[in-house]
Design a protein around this ligand. Sequence first.
Ligand SMILES: [Zn+2]
Length: 575
Amino acid sequence: MRASKLFFPTQKENPAEAEAASHKLMIRAGLVRQLAAGLYIYLPLGLRVINKVNKIIREEMSAIGAQELSMPVLQPAEIWQESGRYSEIGEEMFRLRDRGGRDMVLGMTHEEIVTWLAAREIRSYRDLPQVWYQIQTKLRDEARPKSGVLRTREFIMKDSYSFDADEEALEKSYQLHIQAYKRIFGRAGVRFYMVESDPGMMGGATAHEFMAPSSAGEDEVALCPACGYAANMELARSQPAQPQFPAAGMKEIETPNARTIEQVSAFLNVTPDLLIKSLLLITDAGPVLAMVRGDQELMESKLARLIGGYRLAEPAEIKEITGAGTGFTGPLKLAIRKVADKGLEEGVYIVGANRNGFHVGGVVPGQDFQAEFADIRRVRQGEKCPHCNASLKLERCIEIGNIFKLGVKYSQPLGASYLDERGKEKPVIMGSYGIGPARVAAAAIEQLADEMGIVWPPAIAPFAAHLVLVQPADSRQAAMAQKLYSELMSSGIEVLLDDRAVSPGVKFAEAELLGCPVRVTVGKRAIAGGAVEVQLRRGGEEYKFEAGVAAREIIGLLKTLEGEAECESASEESS
Ligand SMILES: [Zn+2]
């Protein structure tokens, strides 16, 4: 490709609204343009990258026997009503009506549609297993689209679905996907962790996410460097250190103006880990008291899995339910549902007395008050791993893929069943597996970019080599560049030849910004001494090749680079 013919509108300045490095650089390098909130146009360079990611995905999906198909984005609401998600999913789903007055939705995922298909076409155990996938548009009416292509309202997703006869066979399909995903992200050159995750709106029992470490990520994961334990914060576990507890024996203590954990612990001269933080919450099923240790924080998603949606009680509600003002709430003599963090099963604590100006000390949870004990706290950096005793590390990540064991969650309501060897009808056991190609590209930018611009991993770079022709008007330079260009292209190397009549400074700066793995310079020196200068974008290493052998040397260099850039799962690296 000649740069003089390529549409890549670059920008010197960072877009004002952009925070994530990938967002800034994708705009500046002319990869994407924003049409409206969460809606992006992929320009030629951006689309080349996405297509490369998709090519790797197709190769690896095919390698595990998955078959590509394509399902509509526009879907009848009826199928979503049958699965129950039409009402479960709120405003995130785009809903509309067709001219005949039928309710329709724009697909945010395709479990319902693929199960509809399986229900009609899979009949017998002989038809199983199946793995079907597509690389297709999804639409989600995100409340806050942000971070460029990381959270958008319309996006491309690779989604695959497995259909098996039983749980054991599902486990096989699940493991095959894990294998394929590790190959895909590894080949794309993105560092990643595979972590335990919350099945969330997909339902089902087991789920994992593939997480690319990056400060631009919206997720946080807990990692154990010793045993490889890795989990999304939404369900990560830990063993916090326990304090020295005082003797049991309940005693009311006057705490006149102390309401917060800090005030009470300062007033009583005890550390916050000897207090219980009690939060009064309102749910559709009535009030709930949630308790965590004074120095810890409630993890909202963990609690929501247990009690459903909730909000904090207003001061008037606290007064009505506990009989006291804000800051004196506690579990004693309170006849409502109580959930206490699992860590509170042990110890002796100070709690609110449900009486203005008072707390109660010497309280033993499980003895002085009853509660459901469950893990509802936020894991903190440095707490002990739940499996070994090493310190956990927290890291922000971009979710680039996820896999779910769905079981019969969709096959049952949508009637996808098969006849087994004895002619008995059984529900098909399903799995669902996603990858966001744009997030893979953005994660690569986040992980590798420097102050000059993007640094693409070779496998997903828009071009393998960026050939800078310094003076296009110099016929000898032009001829040498053209020859090199043809030689590389005929060997299957994708080259961007910068033949534009702009200053060499602009050309070099844009080569850095675009981030192709190898920059090849044909200028005065190449003509004088016959040496072609080659510089690696990653690391900046320089080479000089004689013009006659330059093409061959560059091809060899690119092969080495591609091998070196492949990433193993980062969690395996550390274990
Ligand atoms: Zn561990």
